[in-house]
Ligand binder design. Structure first.
Ligand code: SAH
Length: 251
């Protein structure tokens, strides 16, 4: 039963110390407050914990790992719990960076939570399954460009750092992994209704084979003022700026 339950925690422990160090060193120090998601047996934690200048916290859902972390990193502030349920503004009053070899079963939810808390999170460094990493870092016109690429690149500069082979994990996952870095850009607010922007992006990609004109029909809004060339395109062909223009012009 125990083993079965853990299968759903996305536990794939990184064995390669060099890769762990490289991930930890990919943080560029935008803030000294850091949150690690899912430290597990602490392979990344070790490198972050060694830096005494950091105000370093971690959240881990697996109680066995939490016991291990308490024993090995007595100074670490480990919270036992679910990152998705964590109240971030209660934990940090200052902006903080997010780092981790993330649990892949909740990759998208982690990224949406980062998006929702973007003004508190200046930097994210982390490992995802390669396909998710590629999707996040994708540019308009590519097949993998999607909702998270648009929403996150509106507020973050996104870099695909490196690919990681499955054999460096225990147990090895079924897919390759990759490390990406997101750094908050200087856009405070989009020049449009941001809630509507998110809605337009989601509707556009949920029907990605349709033109924007056809996809947006279900919004029941007036599209007369939206440039016709944008409405004739499909979501995957549109940049953040295009989505902003569309959002400004629908009525
Ligand atoms: N960082 C470690 C472990 C990666 S595996 C390493 O690189 O070796 C992913 C980790 O995330 C596991 O330890 C798992 O228990 C933890 N985890 C899974 N779901 C979580 C959640 N919702 N919140 C916090 N931690 C979670």
């Amino acid at each position: 039963m125990e083993v079965r339950a853990k299968k759903f925690l996305g536990q794939h422990f990184l064995k390669d110390e060099n890769i762990a160090r490289q991930i930890a060193e990919s943080l560029t120090g935008r803030t000294s407050h850091v949150l690690e998601i899912g430290p597990g047996m602490g392979v990344l934690t070790k490198y972050l914990h060694a830096n005494e200048l950091l105000d370093f916290h971690a959240i881990e859902i697996d109680s066995e790992s939490v016991v291990y972390l308490h024993d090995h990193y007595p100074k670490l502030h480990v919270i036992e719990g679910d990152f998705l349920a964590l109240n971030l503004s209660e934990l940090f009053t200052q902006p903080f960076a997010v780092i981790g070899n993330f649990p892949y079963n909740i990759s998208s939810q982690i990224l949406f939570k980062v998006f929702d808390n973007r003004n508190q999170i200046p930097e994210v460094v982390g490992m995802f399954q390669k396909e998710v990493a590629e999707r996040v870092a994708a540019k308009p016109g590519s097949k993998t460009y999607g909702i998270l690429s648009v929403l996150l690149s509106a507020f973050y500069d996104i870099e695909y750092l490196f690919t990681v082979h499955e054999h460096v994990f225990n147990p090895p996952p079924k897919v390759k992994s990759a490390v990406i870095r997101l750094r908050r850009n200087d856009v405070d607010r989009l020049e449009c209704d941001e809630a509507l922007f998110t809605k337009v992006v989601k509707i556009g990609f949920n029907q990605r084979r349709k033109t924007l004109r056809n996809a947006l029909k279900q919004l029941g809004m007036n599209m007369d003022e939206v440039p016709a060339d944008l409405l004739a395109k499909r979501a995957e062909q549109l940049s953040v700026a295009d989505f902003v223009t569309i959002t400004q012009k629908v009525k």
